[in-house]
Design a protein around this ligand. Structure first.
Ligand SMILES: [Zn+2]
Length: 580
């Protein structure tokens, strides 16, 4: 987590790193005026529309919209996590990454990682020596190369095989226990957790083994057994096969979430390298974050039976908060009785890819599924559908995606989208309902012209130094969408006047608005020479100040009509109304 790396270090790293050097090591850049151009590495093109601005520390592709800082590029291009990119860039600059006091997990868990690695190799050795396990994999169509790539192994039968191999001392036994590999008995002794099972190592983003999945070869129960939660292994975060997919693919266009390890491996063996599996849990927010860090295109693949539909619905509910423009989620249902493993083994990868192509958009699945639970031929039934949709829509962040889904839904219930939206905004808790009305009105007002707030934010992102003398206090009474970000940007630059565009974006990396800021930062590339950003910004702020006064007057009058106006507020209102 970035929280462990102090912000000042990231500021410093970004200020010192030369984006041209970082990108130039990975793609061919050509100088063009103050900037550099290249053929975009994220989409196929012949003429370069990928632009790098050394001054802003920012890149942007006019073709596909990819954009970001040196760190973003390393994450996207090399599929690194944020921390990996920071570490890599720091190494390149000869800087040491400081960690904030609390803890240094990487160091603390070194010996556990090492133990997991040794156990993984032990299980692999046992597989080579155990014919029935080898036979089991062979019968399921797994070749040697796949077994090696996924590190498949076998946990021998017996209660103490692992204990005897690795648990020589009390400390070693405790470590096995901490790694979830042995179970503690009431008498304080231990026994092996995995016995007579084929073993699937589960790896983290760096390829380190953090846990295991074990499957029986016969009909014993439980069929599947996973490592318990440990300091290394958090089921709700990990995706089986993600590391292997990142290794196999230079560019990840899409990721498909399937149900089991064998599905992932069977698909990979047939050249479908973009499948991952959750580990016996429903898809979590954290899973989706990881998926969407790598691609905008996520598919969920389920059995077509009732259980599959139910699992898909849970995935849909968990996905809603992640939806936004540019992201695509689709649901694929395989014919009854089929899973990806059996499908691809029986009919080849083409059949699987065809099934994917026939996937349902999230919006279609949502409307379909709701429509099945009501009688769509009656007015009451359609009203009921709108009612059912309310809590779901309320989970989707405001934006184009939500609007499109509302339209889709409105169409199927025979209501105007605006009316449906009103119904849904009323779904929010009472506190929010009170402000829902003015908000809707404002959204309509601002439709035609790009808002001044948006313009001010764009100016600041493109010319951070121009904001040095602005006073955030002038925005005090402005009550419009986006003003909070504008205020924060100004305050950030007052505290850190030397932040570049890239530095600002890094500050917003983990915030919800970060994506929007990235888009706005790209707007004015390339910079014009004779452009006075400071003067422009000053004008924006004056206009906003005027707006703020109007908002304040409106608010005070509203209070007045409710009889809630205090003496000082009454005086304030009189004073405000005198001004132009
Ligand atoms: Zn591009």
């Amino acid at each position: 987590m970035s929280g462990l790396i102090p912000q000042h270090f990231i500021d410093d790293l970004i200020a010192r790193a030369d984006i041209v050097e970082v990108l130039g090591r990975r793609i061919q850049l050509k100088k063009a005026g103050h900037e550099f151009k290249a053929c975009c590495p994220f989409h196929g093109e012949k003429t370069p529309s990928f632009t790098v601005s050394p001054q802003k520390g920012f890149y942007h592709c006019f073709g596909c919209g990819a954009h970001g800082t040196a760190l973003s590029f390393m994450m996207e291009h090399d599929h690194m996590t944020f921390v990996e990119a920071v570490e890599d860039l720091a190494r390149m600059m000869g800087m040491d990454v400081p960690r904030e006091e609390s803890e240094r997990p990487a160091q603390r868990y070194d010996s556990l990682f090492d133990l997991m690695r040794r156990v993984e190799l032990f299980y692999q050795k046992c597989l080579r020596a155990h014919e029935p396990a080898k036979e089991y994999f062979k019968n399921r169509g797994i070749d040697g190369a796949s077994a090696q790539r996924f590190g498949l192994g076998y946990a021998p039968a017996g209660w103490d095989k692992l204990l005897n191999e690795f648990g020589g001392t009390a400390a070693a036994k405790d470590e096995l226990h901490a790694a979830g590999l042995v179970i503690k008995k009431d008498d304080g002794n231990f026994y092996d957790r995995f016995r007579d099972r084929v073993m699937y190592p589960i790896r983290d983003a760096r390829g380190r083994c953090i846990g295991f999945g074990g499957r029986v070869m016969g009909n014993d129960e439980p069929k599947y057994l996973n490592s318990p939660e440990t300091v290394l292994f958090h089921k709700g975060q990990e995706l089986y096969g993600l590391y292997e997919a990142r290794q196999a693919l230079r560019q990840i266009d899409q990721l498909v979430v399937v149900e089991g390890y064998m599905d992932v491996i069977a698909l990979a063996r047939h050249g479908v390298n973009f499948a991952v599996a959750t580990l016996g849990t429903a898809t979590t927010d954290e899973h989706l974050n990881r998926l969407f860090r790598l691609t905008d295109n996520v598919l969920f693949c389920f059995d077509g039976d009732r259980a599959g539909r139910a699992a898909a619905w849970r995935a849909l509910e968990n996905s809603l908060p992640q939806l936004r423009e540019g992201r695509q989620i689709r649901f694929v249902f395989l014919p009854d009785g089929q899973d990806p493993d059996s499908l691809v083994n029986a009919h080849g990868p083409k059949a699987f890819e065809e099934a994917l192509a026939g996937g349902m958009a999230l919006s279609d699945f949502l409307v379909d599924q709701l429509a099945q639970s009501v009688d769509m031929t009656t007015v009451d039934g359609r009203a009921r559908l709108a009612e059912l949709a309310k809590p779901l829509i309320a989970k989707i962040p405001e934006g184009i995606y939500r609007e499109l889904l509302l339209e889709r839904l409105a169409e199927s219930v025979g209501l105007a989208a605006s009316k449906l939206e009103l119904m849904i905004s009323n779904h929010k808790p009472a506190r929010h309902a009170a402000i829902a009305k003015p908000r809707v009105r404002r959204a309509n007002n601002s439709k035609g012209q790009p808002s001044i707030i948006r313009r001010a934010i764009t100016l600041i992102l493109n010319h951070p130094s121009a904001a040095a003398n602005l006073e955030a206090e002038r925005l005090e009474h402005v009550n419009r969408p986006g003003v909070e970000i504008l205020r924060q940007l100004i305050e950030t630059l007052q505290a850190e006047p030397n932040l570049s565009t890239a530095g600002l974006l890094e500050r917003w990396r983990n915030k919800e608005d970060g994506r929007h800021l990235g888009k706005l930062a790209a707007i004015e590339l390339p910079t014009m020479e004779d452009f006075d950003a400071e003067a422009e910004l000053g004008q924006c702020l004056s206009q906003l100040e005027t707006m703020g006064r109007k908002d304040r007057v409106e608010r005070l009058i509203e209070k007045g009509t409710l009889g809630e106006l205090g003496d000082s507020e009454r005086a304030e209102l009189r004073e405000l109304q005198k001004r132009p």
